[in-house]
Write a protein that binds this ligand. Structure first.
Ligand code: 6PG
Length: 271
């Protein structure tokens, strides 16, 4: 199926964070309208921090607007460290989203409970952490047999090397079609990471990449307009089953893509 890649370019880091928060909330609202619940998988790294801050801020509309009580939060991937480690995606999310959210929701008489947070227990041995997270997915999605979980939204980032989630160039996760979650050895980082596999990600109802910075411009061009080479550019594995992929970008990251229209929007078709 051809893939329609819709990219939206924001002029500043602040407006990118707001655009991402708006896409996030609108996606959750749609899911809750249709299914009364929303299951979202988020990525780590640094780019999502400003989006998380916007979602939790009492000064912006997203905090009151988001149906937090109907949301289940999962992670796309996690580093194999304790949840208190500076490298932990959970710790980043706790600091940038969960802690301010708890305080600011309480002021509204609302809460986002711990039961809605499905952390990857990456402090455990990698194979154990992957197996336990897969079990958590199967139980919380109430999967039968070989069913694949269908997230309502997956939020992805991309590294300058073309990795996404923890699917890095030349690693086994590129070829993993069978598991929901895998412990992926990443030699270039001298570590193992726990990650959703790309077939699971692609089943999501909506997927967006949140990408900022000039250091990603050339990779963005290669991934989304260049020759198909997912072993070198794993982000090319992300092809949503519904045929629509959204890129939320800042101007620096979008610098090598075709110019956008006057609304900062562009479309690429990928065969
Ligand atoms: C992680 C992420 C990873 C991230 C990219 C981009 O665990 O680091 O899941 O896939 O999205 O590395 O990271 P930045 O946002 O820090 O550039």
């Amino acid at each position: 199926m051809p893939l329609s890649i819709e990219y939206r370019v924001s002029p500043t880091p602040e407006s990118l964070a707001l655009a991402a928060a708006e896409f996030f909330v609108a996606s959750v609202e749609d899911a809750v309208r249709q299914r009364r619940r929303a299951r979202v998988a988020i990525s780590g790294g640094s780019t999502p921090k400003a989006m998380f801050a916007a979602l939790a801020s009492p000064a912006l509309p997203f905090l009151a607007r988001m149906p937090w009580e109907a949301l289940d939060l999962y992670w796309v991937d996690e580093r194999c460290v304790p949840p208190t480690d500076p490298d932990s995606n959970y710790r980043m999310t706790r600091e940038a989203l969960l802690e301010p959210l708890a305080k600011n929701l309480a002021a509204l008489g609302r809460a986002f409970s711990a039961a809605q947070v499905h952390r990857i227990e990456a402090e455990l041995a990698p194979e154990v952490a992957a197996a336990r997270y897969e079990s958590e997915l199967r139980n919380s999605f109430r999967l039968e047999g070989a069913e694949t979980p269908r997230f309502d939204l997956v939020a992805l980032g991309m590294g300058p090397d073309g990795h996404t989630a923890s699917i890095f160039p030349g690693t086994q996760a590129i070829y993993n079609f069978t598991e929901l979650v895998t412990a992926n050895e990443v030699p270039q980082k001298q570590t193992t990471r726990i990650t959703l596999t790309w077939p699971v990600i692609n089943q999501a109802s909506r997927i967006f990449f949140l990408i900022a910075g000039a250091d990603k411009a050339a990779t963005l061009r290669a991934v989304f307009t260049g020759a198909r080479d997912p072993d070198r550019l794993p982000a090319q594995l992300i092809r949503p089953a519904n045929g629509i992929l959204t890129l939320l970008l800042d101007q620096a990251a979008a610098a090598e893509l075709p110019a956008t229209d006057s609304n900062g929007r562009g479309t690429l078709l990928s065969r």
